[in-house]
Design a protein around this ligand. Sequence first.
Ligand code: NAD
Length: 429
Amino acid sequence: MVDDERANMDEGENYTVADLGLADAGERRVDWARARMPVLARLKAEAEKTKPLDGMIVAGCLHVTKETAVLIETIEAAGAKVSWSGCNPLSTQDDVAAWLAREGYSIYAWHGQSREDFYYCIDRTIEANPTLTLDDGADLIVRVHGEKSDYADGVIGGTEETTTGVHRLRAMGAAGDLRYPVIAVNDAITKWDFDNIYGTGQSTLDGIIRATSVLIAGKTFVIAGYGHCGSGLAMRAKGMGANVIITEVDPLPALRAIMDGFQVMKMDDAASLGDIFCTATGMADVIVNRHFNSMKDGAIVCNTGHYDCEINIEDLEAASSSVRTIRTDNEEFTMADGRSIFLLARGRLVNLAAAEGHPSEVMDMSFANQYLALCRLAKEGKSLDPIVHDITLEQDQGLATTKLATMGFEIDTLTAEQIAYHSDYTAGT
Ligand SMILES: NC(=O)c1ccc[n+]([C@@H]2O[C@H](COP(=O)([O-])OP(=O)(O)OC[C@H]3O[C@@H](n4cnc5c(N)ncnc54)[C@H](O)[C@@H]3O)[C@@H](O)[C@H]2O)c1
């Protein structure tokens, strides 16, 4: 059954997008990203000659942004066909989706999807008979192992872009439920230590500012989780003059946050102090009813973790007497006692829903890792065990070297004497 919303979309043989008329705007946006992704450009130039993905069909489920469009054209330049959907109901850039459809790429994505349409789009991509799957959050691969399991035998391997997806897939692998090998792209140093820290740090603030236009300076900014994303966000919020409070459950990042100069406390204690709250944990129910009950009038609450379960929106709805939309991605919940709490982007990742996601320069490395992981799976996937595999150090160092070169930086190399010193245990005082 076609629901009302989908009936209004532009549909073709291999696409469903919001409005094909947005394609020119999408083209300009993709041009901007491409010019800032030189590592991927080098890989694409090479791929056009060597065609390492020849004959592959890649089903992708990852935010449809201008950077993703550059990844898609790189994958097709390497000889594969893609079939793509977004990995979040609110993150698709409709102009980019329109451009992809106009250029002939198979794309099923639009901004503001129902849950049913979200899975409708994923299922269309699976029906393309993929030999490789590419995930951001593991929704596609879980579908290939569940409702669409008839397609699993045809898949050689998969990749996973984000922390939460890698957690899900490691759990599947440990349970013996994975039917093909998966490469944890997220865990590459050139991804996790850059995309999640600098990308999420900057773009989360971008999303909060676009949805609210509030002054960050002088605000008490509570961040749940001091992992990669949370620490990146804390660094940027501090740089803009916020007083940052961290909440954690792991003593190691908690200690690191203290030594980085932040206050650390329980969410129960931070709830009454914060002006702005952002969750970055990958965990459910981090902000719940009792926290909403003690928040200040005017508190702003948002999330930058992968799923919208970090803030318990049902609790907020139950505790409020009315809701009104202040502006796009910003809703005011009026509590029974008259206080207002502002929820951004319905608790979905605020940097992609309310802004544009990570800047192209950092996605250059993340997506170069994605592309190289697909090439490795096309070549070796059939001989890999059906568990989660890491990116090799060789790939990480190669990518970092290329990135440095494209940025115009040179670094020293060890001399023969220095290499010998390294392995000489007799050299001491
Ligand atoms: N918004 C984006 O564009 C974007 C980009 C990358 C990753 N992510 C997502 O962000 C989330 C975090 O990713 P990461 O790479 O920072 O993970 P990480 O493992 O590096 O950090 C998560 C931190 O949250 C802490 N934590 C867990 N439960 C908590 C709780 N109840 N209260 C406080 N702290 C808690 C953990 O101890 C850990 O230190 C994941 O869901 C990931 O998929 C989002």
